[in-house]
Design a protein. Structure first.
Length: 182
């Protein structure tokens, strides 16, 4: 599988991983903010906007998909349970549910999306929102949308480093099944 969207995500992920060399990915560091997180949050938010719009156009052609409220309405109608998707980050024992706020019972934009917009439009008073937690949730939100975009593709390669921890059994044995003869 060769797709520019996937390789663009991997490039963004690589930039995020470099930040971990300076600020360990840990809940205690979630509020740490920086210029690098600001750049990443803006970049990721822009890509989320692109992928969400593409996904909406593919899944519900002809419907208005021009902002996060439209994306939520279309995507949660098309993919029941999308708000519950969790991205496991085994190395850091973290699970991120970036779209949890899209619960159909009371949907609101994700905190990280609001942070993205506040940093984009009011950085002078909202720079603190360009933090590790918002950036982590944003990158996981992008990954989740890409998983829906590529839902009919085979196994996405190369595998994201953020999700890698050794050699998970499910990667080797096709969905948790034991290899023949094991």
């Amino acid at each position: 599988m060769s797709d520019d969207r996937w390789y663009y995500f991997l490039s963004i992920e690589k930039d995020f991983l470099r930040t971990i060399d300076f600020v360990e990915l840990h809940p205690d560091n979630g509020t740490a903010f920086s210029n690098e997180y600001a750049k990443l949050l803006l970049l990721i938010g822009s890509e989320v906007d692109v992928i969400a719009k593409m996904l909406c156009n593919r899944e519900a052609a002809g419907q208005n998909a021009s902002n996060i409220i439209h994306y939520q309405a279309i995507l949660t109608a098309r993919f029941a349970g999308l708000h519950q998707i969790g991205i496991d980050i085994p190395r850091y024992r973290r699970k991120v549910q970036p779209w949890l706020s899209w619960d159909p019972a009371n949907p609101i934009p994700p905190i990280w999306w609001t942070a993205h917009n506040k940093v984009k439009h009011e950085r002078d008073t909202n720079f603190w929102r360009a933090n590790q937690q918002n950036t982590l949730e944003a990158i996981c939100g992008l990954l989740a949308l890409l998983l829906y975009w590529f839902k009919d593709e085979g196994h996405l390669q190369p595998y994201p480093e953020l999700l890698n921890f050794g050699f998970p059994e499910f990667l080797v044995s096709h969905g948790g099944q034991k290899p023949p003869g094991a």
